[in-house]
Design a protein around this ligand. Structure first.
Ligand code: FES
Length: 108
């Protein structure tokens, strides 16, 4: 098990997150007001832009592959390195998710 430092830019908040824990769970344990709703990787409410670092988030089904390179769904994402995240920054597909009932289904 490895521990990584996760800094939320512009907030002064920094937490330690293990690679076995989701970033959202670590935030909730530390009293950080990270937004969330579904907690299953679909609604995008918990999104944060990845400013620096890498996450693993194979179950982040609400993101396109391209978006998953730039955004973390913190309810699903676990750190693979130290991270700098910008909370409350949403991927473009959130527009479709809110106006058309969710991202289009992928056949995989
Ligand atoms: S809380 Fe819905 S995608 Fe994370």
């Amino acid at each position: 098990m490895a521990e990584y430092t996760v800094e939320f830019v512009g907030t002064g908040e920094t937490i330690e997150v293990s690679d076995t824990q989701t970033i959202l769970n670590a935030c909730l344990e530390e009293g950080i007001a990270q937004e969330y709703s579904c907690r299953v990787g679909m609604c995008l409410a918990c999104s944060a832009e990845i400013v620096d670092g890498e996450v693993t988030q194979p179950a982040a089904r609400g993101l396109t592959d391209e978006e998953a390179e730039r955004y973390a769904l913190t309810c699903m994402a676990r750190p693979k390195s130290d991270l700098r995240l910008d909370r409350g920054v949403y991927p473009p597909s959130i527009e479709g998710a809110t106006s058309q009932g969710g991202p289009s289904a992928a056949d995989d």
